[in-house]
Design a binder for this molecule. Structure first.
Ligand code: ATP
Length: 264
Protein backbone atom coordinates (compact mmCIF):
# COMPACT_ATOMS: atom_id res chain seq x y z
CA UNK A 1 0.00 0.00 0.00
CA UNK A 2 1.15 3.57 -0.46
CA UNK A 3 -0.24 6.15 1.95
CA UNK A 4 3.16 7.21 3.25
CA UNK A 5 3.77 10.52 4.93
CA UNK A 6 5.93 12.99 3.01
CA UNK A 7 9.61 12.14 3.09
CA UNK A 8 8.98 8.63 4.35
CA UNK A 9 10.23 5.76 2.23
CA UNK A 10 7.93 2.86 1.65
CA UNK A 11 10.21 -0.11 1.03
CA UNK A 12 9.04 -3.71 1.52
CA UNK A 13 11.08 -6.18 3.56
CA UNK A 14 10.94 -9.06 1.07
CA UNK A 15 14.36 -10.07 -0.29
CA UNK A 16 15.49 -12.31 -3.15
CA UNK A 17 16.16 -14.97 -0.50
CA UNK A 18 12.39 -15.19 0.04
CA UNK A 19 11.80 -16.07 -3.61
CA UNK A 20 12.12 -19.75 -4.49
CA UNK A 21 13.33 -20.73 -7.97
CA UNK A 22 13.04 -18.02 -10.62
CA UNK A 23 16.77 -17.48 -10.91
CA UNK A 24 16.48 -16.40 -14.55
CA UNK A 25 13.42 -14.25 -13.89
CA UNK A 26 15.21 -12.45 -11.07
CA UNK A 27 18.20 -11.86 -13.36
CA UNK A 28 15.91 -10.42 -16.06
CA UNK A 29 14.22 -8.08 -13.61
CA UNK A 30 17.49 -6.94 -12.11
CA UNK A 31 18.67 -6.02 -15.57
CA UNK A 32 15.42 -4.25 -16.44
CA UNK A 33 14.75 -2.44 -13.15
CA UNK A 34 17.79 -2.51 -10.89
CA UNK A 35 20.41 -1.60 -13.47
CA UNK A 36 18.72 1.63 -14.67
CA UNK A 37 18.21 2.69 -11.02
CA UNK A 38 21.75 1.87 -9.92
CA UNK A 39 23.60 2.90 -13.09
CA UNK A 40 21.61 5.37 -15.19
CA UNK A 41 24.88 6.51 -16.78
CA UNK A 42 25.22 3.18 -18.63
CA UNK A 43 21.93 3.79 -20.39
CA UNK A 44 22.83 7.39 -21.16
CA UNK A 45 26.15 6.34 -22.61
CA UNK A 46 24.62 3.64 -24.75
CA UNK A 47 21.79 5.91 -25.78
CA UNK A 48 19.14 3.38 -24.82
CA UNK A 49 15.94 4.03 -22.95
CA UNK A 50 15.19 1.85 -19.92
CA UNK A 51 11.81 0.13 -19.89
CA UNK A 52 9.03 2.20 -18.36
CA UNK A 53 6.73 -0.71 -17.83
CA UNK A 54 7.18 -4.40 -17.15
CA UNK A 55 4.40 -6.94 -17.38
CA UNK A 56 4.74 -10.06 -15.22
CA UNK A 57 2.31 -12.69 -16.42
CA UNK A 58 1.53 -16.25 -15.44
CA UNK A 59 -0.81 -18.43 -13.38
CA UNK A 60 -2.08 -17.26 -9.97
CA UNK A 61 0.13 -17.68 -6.92
CA UNK A 62 3.42 -18.07 -8.80
CA UNK A 63 5.11 -15.24 -6.93
CA UNK A 64 4.69 -12.27 -9.29
CA UNK A 65 3.81 -9.87 -6.48
CA UNK A 66 6.47 -11.37 -4.23
CA UNK A 67 9.06 -10.77 -6.93
CA UNK A 68 8.06 -7.13 -7.42
CA UNK A 69 8.34 -6.56 -3.67
CA UNK A 70 11.77 -8.18 -3.58
CA UNK A 71 13.06 -6.03 -6.45
CA UNK A 72 11.78 -2.87 -4.74
CA UNK A 73 13.46 -3.84 -1.49
CA UNK A 74 16.74 -4.90 -3.05
CA UNK A 75 16.98 -1.66 -5.02
CA UNK A 76 15.83 0.47 -2.06
CA UNK A 77 13.15 1.91 -4.34
CA UNK A 78 10.05 3.58 -2.97
CA UNK A 79 7.24 1.10 -3.51
CA UNK A 80 3.60 1.83 -4.29
CA UNK A 81 1.47 -1.29 -4.61
CA UNK A 82 -2.03 -0.98 -5.98
CA UNK A 83 -4.43 -3.89 -6.19
CA UNK A 84 -6.22 -3.54 -9.55
CA UNK A 85 -9.71 -4.12 -8.12
CA UNK A 86 -9.00 -1.49 -5.46
CA UNK A 87 -8.59 1.24 -8.08
CA UNK A 88 -12.13 0.50 -9.26
CA UNK A 89 -13.88 -0.12 -5.97
CA UNK A 90 -12.15 1.57 -3.06
CA UNK A 91 -11.48 4.73 -5.03
CA UNK A 92 -14.71 4.70 -6.99
CA UNK A 93 -15.33 8.20 -8.28
CA UNK A 94 -11.76 9.30 -7.55
CA UNK A 95 -9.87 6.67 -9.49
CA UNK A 96 -8.40 9.03 -12.07
CA UNK A 97 -7.19 11.40 -9.37
CA UNK A 98 -5.79 8.42 -7.48
CA UNK A 99 -3.82 7.33 -10.57
CA UNK A 100 -2.39 10.85 -10.97
CA UNK A 101 -1.43 10.93 -7.28
CA UNK A 102 0.33 7.58 -7.55
CA UNK A 103 2.48 8.79 -10.44
CA UNK A 104 3.34 12.07 -8.75
CA UNK A 105 4.23 10.28 -5.49
CA UNK A 106 6.56 8.02 -7.50
CA UNK A 107 8.17 10.98 -9.23
CA UNK A 108 8.71 12.81 -5.94
CA UNK A 109 10.18 9.80 -4.19
CA UNK A 110 12.14 8.28 -7.06
CA UNK A 111 13.69 5.81 -7.47
CA UNK A 112 10.29 4.22 -7.26
CA UNK A 113 8.40 1.17 -8.40
CA UNK A 114 4.67 1.31 -8.97
CA UNK A 115 2.99 -2.09 -8.89
CA UNK A 116 -0.43 -2.65 -10.43
CA UNK A 117 -1.44 -6.07 -9.20
CA UNK A 118 -4.04 -7.84 -11.36
CA UNK A 119 -4.05 -5.01 -13.85
CA UNK A 120 -6.57 -6.88 -16.03
CA UNK A 121 -9.22 -6.08 -13.44
CA UNK A 122 -9.41 -2.54 -14.75
CA UNK A 123 -7.43 -2.58 -17.99
CA UNK A 124 -9.11 -5.11 -20.26
CA UNK A 125 -9.47 -4.38 -23.96
CA UNK A 126 -11.38 -1.13 -24.29
CA UNK A 127 -13.48 -2.36 -27.24
CA UNK A 128 -15.30 -4.65 -24.88
CA UNK A 129 -16.00 -1.76 -22.53
CA UNK A 130 -16.81 0.90 -25.13
CA UNK A 131 -17.12 4.19 -23.28
CA UNK A 132 -17.10 2.66 -19.84
CA UNK A 133 -15.42 4.03 -16.77
CA UNK A 134 -12.63 1.44 -17.11
CA UNK A 135 -11.89 2.76 -20.61
CA UNK A 136 -11.31 6.23 -19.15
CA UNK A 137 -8.95 4.74 -16.58
CA UNK A 138 -6.93 2.92 -19.24
CA UNK A 139 -6.60 6.17 -21.23
CA UNK A 140 -5.50 7.95 -18.09
CA UNK A 141 -2.91 5.30 -17.31
CA UNK A 142 -1.58 5.43 -20.88
CA UNK A 143 -1.20 9.19 -20.81
CA UNK A 144 0.52 9.06 -17.40
CA UNK A 145 2.97 6.47 -18.72
CA UNK A 146 3.57 8.44 -21.91
CA UNK A 147 4.27 11.53 -19.81
CA UNK A 148 6.86 9.76 -17.65
CA UNK A 149 10.27 11.14 -18.45
CA UNK A 150 12.28 10.08 -15.45
CA UNK A 151 14.02 7.41 -17.53
CA UNK A 152 14.78 4.47 -15.30
CA UNK A 153 13.99 6.30 -12.05
CA UNK A 154 10.35 5.26 -12.01
CA UNK A 155 9.31 1.83 -13.19
CA UNK A 156 5.76 0.58 -13.51
CA UNK A 157 5.27 -3.14 -12.95
CA UNK A 158 1.96 -4.84 -13.64
CA UNK A 159 0.90 -8.41 -12.97
CA UNK A 160 -1.78 -10.41 -14.70
CA UNK A 161 -2.99 -13.97 -15.15
CA UNK A 162 -4.57 -13.03 -18.47
CA UNK A 163 -2.14 -11.04 -20.64
CA UNK A 164 -4.29 -11.56 -23.73
CA UNK A 165 -7.24 -9.83 -22.05
CA UNK A 166 -5.30 -6.59 -21.63
CA UNK A 167 -5.93 -3.57 -23.75
CA UNK A 168 -3.33 -3.97 -26.55
CA UNK A 169 -2.43 -0.28 -26.27
CA UNK A 170 -0.87 -1.04 -22.89
CA UNK A 171 1.58 -3.46 -24.47
CA UNK A 172 2.97 -1.06 -27.08
CA UNK A 173 6.53 0.33 -26.99
CA UNK A 174 7.04 2.88 -24.24
CA UNK A 175 4.37 1.29 -22.09
CA UNK A 176 4.42 -2.30 -20.75
CA UNK A 177 6.84 -3.30 -23.49
CA UNK A 178 8.89 -5.80 -21.50
CA UNK A 179 6.94 -8.97 -20.75
CA UNK A 180 8.26 -11.58 -18.35
CA UNK A 181 6.58 -14.93 -17.90
CA UNK A 182 6.37 -16.36 -14.39
CA UNK A 183 5.36 -20.00 -14.76
CA UNK A 184 4.62 -22.82 -12.35
CA UNK A 185 7.75 -23.96 -10.47
CA UNK A 186 9.74 -26.92 -11.76
CA UNK A 187 10.92 -29.60 -9.28
CA UNK A 188 14.10 -27.73 -8.37
CA UNK A 189 12.12 -24.54 -7.73
CA UNK A 190 9.52 -26.46 -5.70
CA UNK A 191 12.28 -27.81 -3.47
CA UNK A 192 13.63 -24.30 -2.99
CA UNK A 193 10.14 -22.94 -2.18
CA UNK A 194 9.50 -25.77 0.31
CA UNK A 195 12.83 -25.01 2.01
CA UNK A 196 11.87 -21.33 2.29
CA UNK A 197 8.47 -22.04 3.79
CA UNK A 198 9.67 -24.67 6.26
CA UNK A 199 12.81 -22.79 7.30
CA UNK A 200 11.20 -21.42 10.49
CA UNK A 201 9.24 -24.58 11.31
CA UNK A 202 10.40 -27.26 13.74
CA UNK A 203 10.40 -29.96 11.04
CA UNK A 204 11.85 -33.40 11.65
CA UNK A 205 15.54 -33.51 10.66
CA UNK A 206 14.86 -36.46 8.37
CA UNK A 207 11.85 -34.86 6.63
CA UNK A 208 12.39 -35.73 2.98
CA UNK A 209 11.42 -32.65 0.99
CA UNK A 210 12.24 -34.44 -2.30
CA UNK A 211 9.32 -36.80 -1.69
CA UNK A 212 7.03 -33.78 -1.25
CA UNK A 213 8.43 -32.29 -4.46
CA UNK A 214 7.36 -35.47 -6.26
CA UNK A 215 3.83 -35.20 -4.89
CA UNK A 216 3.24 -31.56 -5.82
CA UNK A 217 3.56 -31.42 -9.61
CA UNK A 218 1.04 -28.70 -10.44
CA UNK A 219 1.48 -26.70 -7.26
CA UNK A 220 2.21 -22.98 -7.42
CA UNK A 221 4.40 -21.25 -4.83
CA UNK A 222 1.25 -20.10 -3.02
CA UNK A 223 -0.07 -23.70 -3.02
CA UNK A 224 3.23 -24.93 -1.56
CA UNK A 225 3.15 -22.26 1.12
CA UNK A 226 -0.42 -23.24 2.03
CA UNK A 227 0.59 -26.91 2.13
CA UNK A 228 3.41 -26.18 4.59
CA UNK A 229 1.03 -24.21 6.78
CA UNK A 230 -1.61 -26.96 6.70
CA UNK A 231 0.97 -29.62 7.55
CA UNK A 232 2.15 -27.55 10.52
CA UNK A 233 -1.40 -27.00 11.73
CA UNK A 234 -2.23 -30.69 11.35
CA UNK A 235 0.75 -31.52 13.54
CA UNK A 236 -0.36 -28.98 16.14
CA UNK A 237 -3.92 -30.31 16.15
CA UNK A 238 -2.92 -33.97 16.26
CA UNK A 239 -3.83 -35.48 19.61
CA UNK A 240 -1.31 -37.55 21.51
CA UNK A 241 -1.87 -41.18 20.62
CA UNK A 242 -0.88 -44.62 21.89
CA UNK A 243 2.14 -44.69 19.59
CA UNK A 244 3.59 -41.64 21.32
CA UNK A 245 3.27 -43.47 24.68
CA UNK A 246 4.69 -46.70 23.30
CA UNK A 247 7.76 -44.87 21.99
CA UNK A 248 8.27 -43.17 25.34
CA UNK A 249 7.78 -46.38 27.37
CA UNK A 250 10.62 -47.95 25.44
CA UNK A 251 13.09 -45.20 26.33
CA UNK A 252 11.86 -43.97 29.70
CA UNK A 253 14.14 -44.51 32.68
CA UNK A 254 12.06 -45.30 35.76
CA UNK A 255 12.37 -42.79 38.55
CA UNK A 256 13.82 -40.11 36.33
CA UNK A 257 11.95 -36.88 36.01
CA UNK A 258 12.69 -35.25 32.73
CA UNK A 259 11.31 -31.96 31.66
CA UNK A 260 11.64 -31.00 28.05
CA UNK A 261 10.93 -27.52 26.82
CA UNK A 262 9.98 -26.99 23.24
CA UNK A 263 11.05 -23.88 21.51
CA UNK A 264 8.48 -23.00 18.85
P1 ATP B 1 -1.74 -13.69 -8.26
O1 ATP B 1 -1.55 -13.82 -9.74
O2 ATP B 1 -2.84 -14.55 -7.73
O3 ATP B 1 -1.77 -12.26 -7.78
P2 ATP B 1 1.06 -13.94 -7.66
O4 ATP B 1 1.74 -14.61 -8.79
O5 ATP B 1 1.23 -12.47 -7.54
O6 ATP B 1 -0.45 -14.36 -7.59
P3 ATP B 1 2.03 -14.00 -5.00
O7 ATP B 1 0.88 -13.19 -4.49
O8 ATP B 1 3.33 -13.34 -5.14
O9 ATP B 1 1.61 -14.65 -6.37
O10 ATP B 1 2.20 -15.32 -4.13
C1 ATP B 1 1.45 -15.54 -2.96
C2 ATP B 1 2.34 -16.11 -1.89
O11 ATP B 1 2.79 -17.41 -2.28
C3 ATP B 1 3.61 -15.31 -1.67
O12 ATP B 1 3.42 -14.27 -0.74
C4 ATP B 1 4.57 -16.36 -1.15
O13 ATP B 1 4.40 -16.55 0.24
C5 ATP B 1 4.12 -17.63 -1.87
N1 ATP B 1 4.93 -17.84 -3.08
C6 ATP B 1 4.54 -17.79 -4.35
N2 ATP B 1 5.55 -18.03 -5.20
C7 ATP B 1 6.64 -18.21 -4.43
C8 ATP B 1 8.02 -18.46 -4.70
N3 ATP B 1 8.49 -18.59 -5.94
N4 ATP B 1 8.87 -18.57 -3.65
C9 ATP B 1 8.43 -18.44 -2.38
N5 ATP B 1 7.14 -18.20 -2.06
C10 ATP B 1 6.25 -18.10 -3.07
Amino acid sequence: ASGTTPGQRNVPTTTYADVGGMRETIALLREAIELPIAHPEIFQKLGIRPHKGILLYGPPGTGKTLLARAVANETGAHFIAIAGPEILNKYWGQSEQRLRNIFSEARNKAPAIILFDEIDSFASARDSMSESFEATLVSQLLSLMDGMNDAGRVCVVATTNRPSALDPALRRPGRFDHEVEVGLPDPEARLHILKIHTRDMPVAPDLDLDTIVGLTRDYSGADLEALCREAALACMRRSINLRDFEQKVSTHKLGSLSVTTYDF
